[in-house]
Design a protein. Structure first.
Length: 434
């Protein structure tokens, strides 16, 4: 699963052509960007006036008309109070674009990005994130999570020799994870590099029998194309590429990945033995042959390994993407949020903030202020009725922390944007814990 930035209402600009490539224009004085930040902050009120509207460029207003922006400003002020001031994000103000926190009078703060147009006098980019209540605790957020329909579980903790739980909601409940299981593949690879049995620059070639379905793009590449393990790992994590995942899983060895999953302290490893490749899960759950599900459910672990071996030459032509959940609690990859915190801690200890953690930072899933979160690592996973989001981060006090959120419904799909907003609140609240 690939998760893009999901913001409350306005996410615009930033695609204006002149802003997307280097140029030789003279630098706009930083006071210009400071003036824009003040204008945006002052516009967060129940009567925004026209001062902000007149500095919004025509391309920006074409993408998001002023009534839409105004409605967001008014709604924010009614709930959280007017903007009373702002503080810069990481690196302070920059000449062409900057990020800052708007302080709201009722005890919240809101992240905002602005981009100056080429003329240096108007804005070509304006982006708001959902306000965060400064006094909200992690427990407050998890109480909201418990009200979601279906089954939910979450864990947030600090990382050291072991995981120390800060807060949890059914933190040891085993639920499907979707593509978050790919952390175990990455961990097995990083452990192999650490012990010298593998190298990041080691290569393997694409093989037809290991080609999977999207997400990702490598299933479209020619058979025989060589890739380094580092490149496959990057595709597996940043784009959740299933073909990259399956090539790594079989190159490392299924039992090798299963062993690493056990080593990091998964409480119920038998739930994932044998560990499914993504291609195998698709052939089991989403093909026209429904008898495969019954055979899988009735089989012992060894019989399941034999069944998976028989899939090697099967075509995926009859595999279809379902619109509704298909046996999410029976055939999937399974972990509790605590298992996933242990997974992240295992990766941190093996990798020591190196390549594997860097790969997990390619797509952090939410807008990151690096002055508060110098390092953010993320992996998530989903299928209809299943959603998991798992993070690890280093905060501005040097603490390593992690959070995992799982949500499962048997009767309907789940709302990815809703969970991302809640998880973002929880992560910021965790940073404020003593």
């Amino acid at each position: 699963m690939k998760i893009l930035f999901v913001l409350l209402v306005v996410g615009l600009g930033f695609t204006v052509g002149q802003e997307s490539r280097p140029d030789s224009r003279p630098e706009t004085p930083i006071p210009a960007i400071e003036a824009m930040a003040r204008l945006v902050t002052d516009a967060v009120r129940e009567d925004p006036g026209d001062a902000l509207r007149v500095v919004l460029s025509e391309p920006l207003l074409a993408a998001a008309p002023w009534p839409r922006i105004r409605a967001h400003l008014v709604a924010t002020a009614k709930i959280h109070g007017r903007g009373t001031g702002f503080s810069w994000g990481a690196g302070g103000p920059k000449a062409r674009s900057s990020s800052f926190w708007i302080t709201l009078e009722k005890g919240s703060e809101m992240w905002c990005d602005v981009v100056l147009a080429p003329d240096g006098r108007t804005l070509s980019g304006l982006l708001f994130q959902e306000p965060l209540r400064i006094g909200q605790t992690v427990d407050d957020v998890l109480k909201d999570f418990a009200k979601f329909p279906g089954t939910t579980s979450a864990a947030i903790g600090t990382l050291g020799d072991d995981v120390e739980l800060i807060a949890g909601h059914a933190p040891d409940v085993l639920l499907p994870t979707g593509s978050t299981f790919k952390l175990w593949v990455l961990g097995a690879l990083a452990a192999g590099v650490e012990d010298g049995s593998r190298r990041w620059d080691e290569t393997t070639a694409l093989t037809k029998s290991r080609m999977s379905a999207p997400s990702g793009r490598l299933h479209q590449w020619p058979e025989g194309t060589p890739f380094t393990l580092a490149t496959l790992a990057g595709a597996m994590i940043s784009e959740s590429d299933n073909t990259a995942t399956d090539h790594l899983l079989f190159h490392l060895g299924r039992t090798t990945v299963e062993s690493w999953m056990r080593k990091i302290g998964h409480a119920t490893p038998a739930a994932n033995v044998p560990l499914l490749a993504t291609r195998e899960l698709f052939l089991l759950k989403f093909s026209a042959d429904a008898s495969r599900i019954d055979r899988w459910m009735a089989a012992t672990p060894e019989e399941r390994r034999a069944l998976l071996a028989s899939f090697a030459g099967l075509s995926m032509d009859d595999v279809a993407s379902p619109a509704l959940p298909v046996r999410p609690r029976d055939i999937e990859w399974f972990a509790s949020p605590l298992d996933l915190l242990r997974t992240m801690n295992g990766l941190r200890k093996i990798d020591d903030g190196g390549r594997a953690v860097s790969l997990l930072g390619i797509n952090p899933a939410f807008r990151v202020d690096s002055s508060r979160f110098p390092i953010v690592a993320y992996k998530g996973g989903s299928e209809p009725g299943v959603l998991n989001m798992t993070w690890m981060w280093k905060d501005d006090r040097g603490r390593w922390m992690a959070a995992a959120f799982s949500w499962c419904r048997d009767d309907a799909v789940v709302d990815e944007a809703r969970l991302l907003r809640l998880a973002t609140r929880a992560i910021h609240a965790a940073r404020r814990t003593p």
